[in-house]
Ligand binder design. Structure first.
Ligand code: NDP
Length: 253
């Protein structure tokens, strides 16, 4: 995950779901040492994405944003082909885009199951596959996947989400084993309860339930997750691969 042999100054970073929340914080944290930080998002309203791009440019890197559904295999392939052609490669991919569609399994629709798996798990596959050949050829690169504590401990009302995140963890470990010999590291973070739009609308009793399980007694911030991602993406974490780093305030040990 070093700058490789491209001869340009700085890394090319792609953060999926980088318009807001944890993804935005990750994009901003990865500015250091970057030549370009590229984000994508899902909502046709791109105000949040534009704001992120403005902040990235303000921090001195080339930046852009596109509307891209990570669950769309063909669109993802086409997007990354364009990025690789334009920049010569992707040094760091952060698979952060994710959604929830919470309800008890007994009431879960097929559409709620399929959509969450498609965005969170298949999206991670789609984006990883779109960059991995180029990373293997260049013998450098790193992928960081945003999983969740829920993927390890489960959560009532989130069978779809928990299954998707458990899948992301297994994908992380398996891909790490496939590409480690080529100098590519694949790791994951597993955030606990982080204050973003995703958690803002949770019922108070659910929030209180989470807080009661957190050793540090408070929710985390997107920046606290981004700090760990930034470290995993750096050479400071050069001997880590296939790992899941918990950023949960001790919610899971
Ligand atoms: P937010 O809902 O705040 O942001 C989600 C981001 O993902 C947005 O940028 C959104 O784009 C984008 N996105 C959603 N669907 C797609 C799609 N199909 N294709 C591309 N981009 C998409 O979520 P968080 O920041 O809270 O979560 C980020 C990641 O962290 C997720 O993977 C989540 O599962 C994980 N996580 C979050 C935790 C938390 O407590 N918040 C805890 C554990 C894990 P747009 O703005 O256009 O909608």
């Amino acid at each position: 995950m070093s700058e490789g042999d491209r001869g340009d100054s700085g890394r090319v970073v792609v953060v999926t779901g980088g318009s807001r929340g944890i993804g935005r914080a990750i994009a901003l944290a990865l500015v250091e040492g970057a030549r370009a930080v590229l984000i994508n998002h899902y909502d046709p309203d791109d105000d949040a994405a534009q704001e992120t791009v403005g902040r990235l440019e303000g921090a001195g890197v080339e930046a852009d944003q596109v509307k891209l559904d990570v669950s769309d295999f063909g669109a993802v392939k086409e997007y990354f082909e364009g990025v690789i052609e334009r920049f010569g490669g992707v040094d760091v991919l952060v698979n952060n885009a994710g959604i929830t569609a919470d309800t008890l399994l007994v009431r879960m629709s097929e559409a709620d199951w399929d959509r969450v798996i498609a965005v969170n798990l298949k999206g991670t596959f789609n984006c990883s596959q779109a960059v991995i050949r180029s990373m293997m050829q260049r013998r450098t690169g790193g992928i960081i996947n945003v999983a969740s504590v829920v993927g390890l401990v489960g959560n009532a009302g989130q069978t779809n989400y928990a299954a998707s995140k458990a899948g992301v963890i297994a994908l992380t470990k398996s891909l790490a084993r496939e590409v480690g010999a080529r100098g590519i590291r694949v790791n994951a973070v597993a955030p606990g309860y982080i204050e973003t739009d995703m958690t803002a609308h949770l019922p108070e009793r659910v929030k209180e339930g989470f807080l009661s399980q957190i050793t540090l007694g408070r929710a985390g911030s997107p920046e606290e997750v981004a700090e760990v991602v930034s470290w995993l993406a750096s050479d400071r974490a050069s001997y880590l691969t296939g790992q899941v780093v918990h950023v949960s305030g001790g919610m899971y040990m």
